[in-house]
Design a protein around this ligand. Sequence first.
Ligand code: ATP
Length: 460
Amino acid sequence: MSVRELYVKGARVWIPDPDQVWRCAELTKDYKNNIVAVVYDDAQTEDLVVKNDEELPPLRNPDILIGENDLTSLSYLHEPAVLYNLQVRFCNQNAIYTYCGIVLVAINPYDEMPIYGPDTISAYRGHSMGDLDPHIFAVAEEAFTQMERENKDQSIIVSGESGAGKTVSAKYAMRYFATISGSDSETQIEKKILASNPIMEAIGNAKTTRNDNSSRFGKYIELDFTPSYSIMGANMRTYLLEKSRVVFQAPDERNYHIFYQLCSAAEQGKLPHLKLRKPMRFHYLNQGLQEGPMVASKPRKGHQDNFHYLKQGSSPHIDGVDDAEDFIETCKAFSLLGINEGMQEQIFRILAGILHLGNVVLEEGNGDSSAISTGDKSLKTVSELLGIDLEDIRKWLCNRKIVSGREVFTKPMTLTEAVFSRDALSKHIYAKLFDWIVTQINKCFAAKAKPYRFIGVLDI
Ligand SMILES: Nc1ncnc2c1ncn2[C@@H]1O[C@H](COP(=O)(O)OP(=O)(O)OP(=O)(O)O)[C@@H](O)[C@H]1O
């Protein structure tokens, strides 16, 4: 149909609006001479001038298609049509999922929905994607049956902006596979996979302004299956951990949860040797000014005991989160995944070491050099916790080694360089620890025999 036939009196269109994004309107005359005369739902009228046909407002779909569960069945598929359809489904039908062909669009309800229980899992089992309402379980079921039927590996990609619900969706997909395909051994691999969540969240998630539990890394989990399609193992790969967060957090954000968990545990009298005492009272830390990393390298008087690496966001508490309880969960999960108490102790020492390292006060030295006072308590604690000679750390936090041919020089670092290098060291230690923990988890997940097929879930 030509434009002239579509844009006639009575045709319904979407007009861009700065407040409502898109506003419904109806043409009051046939479109001609580059004028679109419209009346809005609230009876307001307007004559819109368009330069050419390309600028004509998008047409609305017929009412009968409103709330369709697959966007591809809409007559007109453009931004306002997609947004309106999703809005109608979410607000009027309480439906958070909508298909767009084989893609599942999910709206984060920020509320518990009674749609993830075992009954729902059973309901979706054995059904094709179009049979029932759109659901993450339908996508998981499709991947599983495709693997069985086509005998091919499958992958589910979960993408979206921060806080959209990617990790929750990926978790439900894993739960679906775990429920419908229990492992055939006593290893209870599915239990282990679910148990890895508290650990990965503790070490890889943090509060951001968009999401209280934001994953600051990408995760790809491959579930391995036997020839009879039972789960036999898994493998997790992680990408792009946000290392900078270890040493710097924007206002209203936090460092990785594990640090606050440790501090809360210490407040309850646990782990005294880590010397995470009073500073864990975050309301006190919270009073710190927003400081840049350079200035903050010299904690202000009265803040000497606060952890610079935890306080910059000035947002130490998350509503509804009990860091001390989460710490217990993290420890339980470590134990379930074969990271015994001895290893946990080492992990906690390293993490506490990072916090104390952030409190080492670097000062201007003579000339272009930097120095650390001999009485710096944080440095002493770093030395004890990380098992590094005190004088060695003092030296190498303020100097660097330069190799030129066969000669090796020691060059003093300026204060700025020393602060940068201390923070780089903290980030490096954290990233190595993160990778080590992932490796340990993978050892626990590993299939005993060669996997037959896999389903991958990518949460980016
Ligand atoms: N299906 C859902 N039902 C109920 N609440 C949900 C659902 N999906 C997400 N949420 C809520 O939204 C929050 C953010 O979701 P999630 O952590 O999955 O986002 P994300 O896309 O992974 O974010 P980021 O990229 O920052 O890690 C969750 O903590 C949860 O409270």
